[in-house]
Each structure stands twice: as C-alpha cells, then as structure tokens.
Design a protein. Structure first.
Length: 184
C-alpha cells in the first residue's frame, strides 16, 4: 500500500496549532456554581480544523490532549495530568475529539457554506456536551439533567458566540494563510 507522506510544512502547522491550543486552553473563567470553567479550547479546535482539515486538526488536538495527560499544565486553569482527564471535566476533554472530527468534516465537505459550518460545529458541540455531561454526572454522583444545568446550560451563549466568531473569522484566516496551508 502506498501512503501519502506528511510534509515538514504540515508537521509545522500541526505543531503551531497545537501550541495555539496550549496557549488558549489554560485560559479559563471559573463559574462560581460549577466545576466546569468557561474555556477557549473549543475556539482553538474550531480554528485548527478550519485551517488544517479534520485529520490534521484532530491530530493537533490529540497532541494537545497527550501533552496535558503527561502533566504539562495546558488544560483549563493551567492544570494537567491524568487526574484532570479522569476528573469531572475529563468527559469534555475527550468529547473535544469528536468536536474536531465532526466540525472539521463539515468544514471540508461544505466549502463556502457557512450554515453547514455552523451545523457541523453545533453537532460536534452537542456530542461534546453529551459525553462531558455523562462523565460529570457520573463523577459527581448526580443526574444527567443536573449535570446539564451545571456543565452545559450556562455555557451555551458563549459557545454560540465562539461559533459566530469562527464563521466570520475562519474564512478570512484561511484566505490570508492560503500560501501556508497545504490543503486550503
């Protein structure tokens, strides 16, 4: 079987987007009534898969996830380690893998159709919410519905703002970075 080799430019772009996620991921706003902070990780993921495509974008997020898993403080609140991944917010971190894949596929398959970009981001976000809420509810011994009130409902407006930002800024970034991107 003949496989496509990854170029130095692609590796560099994956590393660059991983670094951006590592910078934005720890920046968080704690919410007094919830263990789930407002995070900029999803915003970084959206831009990453918009610019790199779903495969390379997902690889970038997985590198970020592994970086945090080994203890580098790249998760929300400048935390890291397996305890964070296995703790109450770990389901959201795992759910972000699906966010990257699904939104990235929509970005690639429906070029120029912002309503489809939005749909892909919302579907990916819903799966992230479901996985994150299920894990949060399990970890804190609460019902799924209470988990929704603690880990999802307060975050919907901010997540919708992130989606709107990507819908307008993503195409501009892609256009301006076209010569750097392998598959614009």
């Amino acid at each position: 079987m003949k496989g496509k080799r990854i170029t130095t430019r692609e590796i560099t772009l994956i590393g660059l987007m991983t670094a951006i996620t590592c910078i934005l991921g720890p920046l968080s706003i704690p919410i007094p009534f919830s263990v789930v902070p407002i995070s900029f990780t999803s915003l970084a993921i959206y831009f990453t898969v918009f610019l790199l495509g779903w495969k390379k974008g997902t690889v970038s997020y997985l590198i970020y996830l592994l970086t945090g898993l080994v203890g580098v403080p790249v998760f929300s609140g400048f935390s890291g380690g397996p305890g964070k991944l296995l703790g109450p917010t770990g389901g959201y971190l795992i759910g972000f893998v699906f966010l990257a894949v699904i939104s990235g596929i929509f970005f690639e398959k429906f070029i120029g159709k912002r309503y489809m970009y939005a749909l892909g981001m919302v579907i990916g976000l819903m799966i992230t919410y479901i996985l994150g809420t299920a894990w949060l509810a399990f970890q804190l011994d609460m019902t799924f519905y209470k988990g929704l009130y603690l880990g999802v409902i307060p975050y919907i407006p901010g997540d919708m703002i992130k989606i709107v930002v990507v819908l307008f800024a993503g195409p501009v970034l892609r256009k301006n970075m076209k010569e750097l991107l392998v598959n614009p």
